[in-house]
Design a protein around this ligand. Structure first.
Ligand SMILES: C[S@@+](CC[C@H](N)C(=O)[O-])C[C@H]1O[C@@H](n2cnc3c(N)ncnc32)[C@H](O)[C@@H]1O
Length: 387
């Protein structure tokens, strides 16, 4: 039995835990920023291939108490690094810390790297070289006030890089955050889905991958392929099974639009790269003027943020109009709007039936749920406490 930790966007920990359990993980425990879990080593193949929510899958190889940098060096030196990877592999060490009393994390990084290299030098007279850009092997260290945990990153490139993004619009959403939002929205394939401010198309593509049962990692490589114990046959079998499960790419009721042709160009490039050009319908439209593409369905979108796009003044004019458009043209729909603007429900003048705190990178956001029922939603006055 091996121990793993999967980090994820903050706010999605409980959903990640459910997803990992469904993939066969045991001892799943959600914590701030991710979930711990256990299983055979091969479980990391499956979690990397299938998880839509995890940012990485880290395999824990050691845990030790420490007081100073030398304790960290000694704990790292005691590990059988050459059993795990070849001296010809390039490495990179990452250190993250929470309440760590040591002065310099850069120095800790250096000591861990030194210890790994010293193990190899002692055993074969050579040491692996460092490559911070595209290393074969990524070693992660996590420090609390007195405990060091060492991990191999079995993902390599983070898992939100599915391998289809060719172009990013102005403020693209991470793919795993988009997938998590679709889960929170309770959207199920078959139900019409619309992102009327789709930018580079992240929600649309994630929804199509879910609907077509396409594993998010089916078309990329992973860090575990560089580890000595990598079992090509087991991995090949898992990948083949995932590909056999994929549904034919036929048109789905997934609709995307954006005001700007440039944004749609990036969305189209991404759709093409994902092989989804015939699955999703894209068109240029102003969300304030477009008709609903179906009698009912789910809107999932992140409008321009004051912090990242546009001017706060312009947004203050845009939001009430957005509220009007939703109310007038989308009754029967549920809308999920991700925004860092805590005043959004007041500004669009609709009552949110649910608000879920989420982080888009470092940016604290809320996912607001609005049930658009004809006649009953409109607020006369802003309600206190929503600003
Ligand atoms: C925060 S971005 C969305 C990013 C997108 N989720 C992605 O992953 O790339 C907001 C988008 O809203 C679009 N937009 C702004 N005003 C609009 C309007 N009136 N109608 C439709 N789209 C609009 C912008 O062009 C931009 O692409």
């Amino acid at each position: 039995m091996e121990s793993f930790f999967a980090p994820c966007p903050r706010g999605l920990e409980a959903i990640l835990a459910q997803e990992l359990a469904a993939l066969g993980a045991t001892e799943v425990k959600a914590t701030d920023g991710g979930a711990h879990f256990a299983g055979p080593f091969e479980l990391c193949y499956r979690a990397n291939l299938e998880s839509r929510i995890a940012s990485r899958v880290l395999w824990r190889v050691a845990a030790a108490f420490y007081r100073n940098e030398d304790d960290i060096y000694q704990a790292t030196l005691a590990l059988p690094w050459s059993r795990w990877f070849d001296v010809g592999s390039t490495i990179r060490v990452n250190v993250a810390a929470l309440r760590c009393p040591l002065k310099s994390l850069d120095f800790v990084t250096l000591r861990i790297k030194d210890a790994v290299c010293d193990v190899f030098r002692g055993q074969c007279g050579e040491r692996p070289s460092v490559n911070t850009e595209q290393p074969d092997i990524r070693i992660h260290a996590f420090l609390t006030a007195d405990q060091l945990t060492l991990y191999f990153d079995t993902s390599g490139e983070p898992l939100f890089k599915r391998g289809y993004r060719r172009a990013a619009g102005e403020a693209p959403l991470r793919e795993n955050l988009a997938a998590g939002i679709l889960r929170i929205a309770g959207w199920t394939p078959g139900e019409p889905l619309l992102d009327p401010m789709c930018g580079s198309g992240t929600f649309l593509i994630e929804a199509a991958l879910i609907a077509l049962d396409i594993a998010p990692g089916a078309r990329r490589s992973f860090g575990f392929e560089k580890l000595k114990q990598f079992d090509r046959k087991t991995w090949g079998g898992l990948k083949a099974a995932a590909q056999a499960r994929e549904r034919p790419r036929t048109a789905l009721p997934i609709y995307g639009s954006d005001l700007y042709g440039e944004e749609l160009k990036t969305a189209r490039a991404n759709l093409d790269a994902a092989g989804l050009q015939d699955v999703i319908m894209l068109k240029q439209a102003n969300v304030l003027e477009m008709p609903a593409p179906a009698a009912s369905g789910v809107i999932v979108t992140n409008p321009p943020y004051g912090v990242r796009l546009g001017e706060t003044g312009e947004l203050a004019e845009f939001y009430p109009k957005l509220g009007d458009a939703l109310k007038q043209k989308f009754s029967g729909w549920r809308a999920y709007i991700l925004s860092s603007d805590m005043a959004l429900p007041r500004l669009i003048r609709l009552a949110a039936s649910k608000r879920t705190p989420l982080f888009n990178g470092a940016l604290e956001c809320r996912l607001y749920e609005f049930k658009l029922v004809a006649g009953s939603m409109r607020r006369k006055k802003p309600v206190k406490g929503e600003g």
